[in-house]
Design a protein. Structure first.
Lengths: 705, 55
């Protein structure tokens, strides 16, 4: 058998490794900043660019797509080449992939503080960046599949399967969820509205957790954990079952983010069933990882890499136990919208993704630099700071969440709600401070790690092209000389039929989907009307400022919620909401009926509250939005927005776009006249007026006769 | 709720793709050996280094 010599590309691996380290520290620093904003709201919210609502998405996007994303690519580029015994298909594509991804991250870091946001969680980036993501993702996928095709090892190790699943599924998720109508260069409306948008968003959102934070990292676990322990995985058979069971179950779990909402009940139940079943493959994987170390636990005491990995796999087990539990309706009724969920995601993020990444970096960097780790002692300090950081983060948040919900749901013996919402906010202050301490510990560990990594890099030399040898792959079949590729398909009628079906389906979808979606936007509640131009502009300010990061617009059918917020939310109320703004967290109160019933406040209240929340509600952690008083509303976009909404099926009159700004000014004038009565002098063309108009509109439709 | 049709189609397409991949992997013997792959990955890259040391 012919032995071929070739070289592994370590340079791309190195690039992704350095990007991982840097973006990790950046993303976590922003995380600490947002955490501290909740402790010192008046000092650390620097409006407009660095208010909580704008930089919380920056934190989530940075840690998910920059830190975990680069870590994933680092691990894949390292392990894929060695598992397939082949260099990556194209150095050019690898380079484009690397720099393209970094450019996307930089674009995100610039546009998010500027307020360019689709306001859909973990998919906030606006449409031009969405297109860039698609292109770079395709480059990554092409490079990976081409490498798989030219591999020298016929058998695909289980990790490769996890990488393939990651590529395919993330591509589909991103495309479906980012279906949006551009209005201007950095503003688009989600194609879907209300309940539909919510379903798509959480189908995406949960699968982003599944296929961006979980499957690639499981692949990495199945490669790097056995490598680091120098033992085969406990059961290869189990790993195969883990993979296939996981990918067939995961994609249906999304609706568990929407339990007790206006989403139809059957869809909720579907999500619950699949979410619960997920515990089996997930725990199978965790057990497989931990049992790989059977009889080698003495190594865990010695090897800092293994320590990180053991905590990572344990955290994976904990979050995948908690996930199915939280998907049960009775538990979700308590935990949803609370700080409990923040604890849950950080067990996954800091524990599973963070610790596995750091462990891989400690293992991989000395290897590609042909040197020893700079300091084992520092690595151990990093490990303990990170582990304690996770505990100091999660325990106060679990406690906080439980306490918060208990207070939200508490009634007095006479049947009144016992606590004002604001009381639950001020009660959280010490917990938020403790959480920030936990985050600071974890970040300190990461910075120590960064020093250690860079010192290690400094004392070694990069083996940019690592020599390797492997026998060439024997062809499994021989085709006739000069045969056309199509003949291959023709010999296989069933795959050919399926392939045709897929092509037809895609074509059909492209044709049918838009009309189909527009039709389904016809309201089922006749009193629900489209937003006025001023309200629409106000809503766009609401999404721009990321209000959804703290305020939900979804009243669940519990007495504790209907007493506090009014009538529970109906699906028909959201038919004109592009995008939906149900939110996922109540750091502040629900706003679904902010303009109706007992919650209705005067324009003056809103004006003063937006200008200085703490002056109206002492102890509020909301940032000041006084810049909205100075900013002029850009009314030049009104006709474009009205037309875009018409395209999406919102029933404005055909020629309304040209008249919209007149109506806008009349409504704005009404609000400023009203404010004037209380001695507030503000011109009608200011952004704050539009936002007040939107807030006053919320929840009013169904109270109209 | 019309959008669920799209999600189901997208999900079924993905799942269908994986099903085909699964059938392919069974048929081509990817699953025949459920032990040695786990050991193989431990050996690969060390080989070259050792050779060089001997030389």
């Amino acid at each position: 058998m012919q032995v071929e010599s070739f070289q592994y590309d370590n340079k791309t691996v190195r690039n992704f490794a350095i990007a991982t380290i840097i973006w990790g520290v950046v993303g976590m620093t922003v995380g600490l900043w947002v955490a501290l904003q909740l402790v010192f709201p008046t000092v650390l919210n620097l409006q407009p660019y660095f208010n909580f609502g704008r930089i919380r998405p920056l934190h989530t996007n940075a840690v998910i797509f920059a830190f975990v994303g680069n870590a994933m690519f680092m691990g894949i580029y390292y392990s894929l080449q060695r598992l397939l015994k082949a260099r990556m298909f194209s150095d050019v594509l690898s380079t484009i992939h690397f720099w393209g991804w970094q450019l996307i991250i930089v674009a995100a870091a610039i546009t998010l503080p500027l307020g360019f946001s689709t306001a859909k969680e973990y998919a906030e980036l606006e449409w031009p960046i969405d297109i860039a993501i698609t292109l770079i993702w395709v480059v990554f996928g092409f490079n990976m599949f081409a490498t798989i095709i030219k591999r020298r090892e016929r058998h695909l190790y289980v990790a490769v399967w996890f990488y393939i699943a990651t590529f395919v599924t993330v591509a589909v998720l991103h495309l479906v969820n980012s279906f949006e109508l551009p209005v201007t260069l950095f503003k688009s409306y989600s194609w879907y509205a209300g309940v539909q948008d919510a379903l798509v968003q959480w189908w995406y959102g949960h699968n982003a957790v599944a296929f961006f934070l979980t499957t690639p990292f499981l692949g990495l676990m199945y490669y790097f954990l056995p490598k680091a322990a120098n033992r085969p995985v406990f059961s290869y058979k189990l790993s195969i079952i883990h993979f296939w069971a996981l990918i067939f179950l995961y994609i249906w779990a999304g609706p568990h983010h929407l339990l007790y909402t206006a989403l139809p009940n059957w869809a909720q139940s579907l999500g619950i069933v699949f979410s619960f079943m997920l515990i089996f493959p997930s725990w199978g994987g965790m057990i497989n990882g931990l049992l790989t170390l059977r009889g080698a636990w003495d190594k865990v005491r010695e090897e800092v890499v293994l320590k990180f990995m053991v905590v990572a796999v344990t955290a994976y087990g904990m979050s995948t136990f908690e996930g199915p539990m939280l998907s049960l309706k009775s538990i979700n009724a308590v935990a949803h919208f609370s700080d409990w969920i923040i604890a849950h995601v950080h067990i996954g993020g800091l524990g599973w993704n963070g610790m596995l990444t750091f462990g891989i970096l400690y293992w991989l960097i000395p290897r590609i630099y042909k040197t020893q780790l700079y300091s084992k002692k520092l690595a151990n300090i990093h490990f303990w700071l990170a582990t304690l950081g996770i505990l100091f983060y999660a325990i106060p948040m679990y406690w906080a969440g439980w306490q918060q919900v208990s207070m939200w749901k508490q009634f007095t013996p006479s049947g009144q709600l016992k606590y004002q919402f604001l009381e639950t906010v001020t009660y959280m202050a010490p917990f938020y401070a403790m959480r920030a301490l936990g985050g600071a510990l974890y970040l300190t560990g990461a910075i120590i790690g960064m020093v250690n990594y860079f010192k290690t890099i400094g004392q070694g030399t990069l083996q940019a092209n690592e020599e390797a040898q492997a026998p060439a792959l024997e062809k499994a079949y021989t085709k006739h000389h000069g045969e056309h590729w199509h003949r291959w398909i023709e010999r296989r009628p069933t795959p050919f039929l399926l392939l045709s079906l897929v092509v037809i389906l895609i074509g059909g979808l492209v044709e049918l989907v838009p009309t189909f979606l527009v039709k389904s936007n016809i309201p089922t509640i006749s009193s629900v009307k489209p937003y006025t131009p001023l309200e629409l502009q106000g809503r766009d300010i609401y999404t721009r400022e990321g209000c959804y990061t703290c305020h939900s617009q979804m009243i669940r059918p519990f007495r504790s919620e209907t007493e506090r917020y009014g009538e529970y939310s109906k699906a028909g109320e959201f038919v004109y909401d592009h995008p939906f703004q149900w939110g996922s967290k109540r750091t502040g109160p629900d706003l679904a009926r902010e303009g109706a019933g007992n919650l209705k406040k005067s324009n003056t209240w809103h004006y003063n509250h937006l200008e200085e929340p703490n002056a109206i509600s002492t102890g509020s952690v909301m940032p000041s939005y006084s810049f909205l008083i100075d900013h002029n509303l850009d009314t030049s976009t009104t006709p474009l927005k009205i037309n875009a909404m018409r395209t999406l099926g919102v029933p404005y009159a055909a020629d309304y776009a040209s008249k919209a700004n007149q109506d806008l000014m009349i409504q704005a004038k009404g609000i400023t006249d009203d404010l004037n009565k209380d001695g507030i002098k503000v011109p009608p063309n200011k952004e704050i007026i539009a936002l007040i108009a939107y807030l006053q509109r919320l929840g009013t439709d169904i109270t109209k006769k | 709720m019309g959008v669920i049709v799209i999600l189901i189609i997208a999900s079924v397409l993905v799942a269908g793709g994986f099903l085909l991949a699964f059938l392919w992997s069974v048929k081509t013997g990817q699953m025949d050996d459920d032990y040695t792959p786990s050991v193989r990955i431990l050996f690969e890259d060390e080989l070259i280094i050792k050779k060089k040391e001997i030389l």
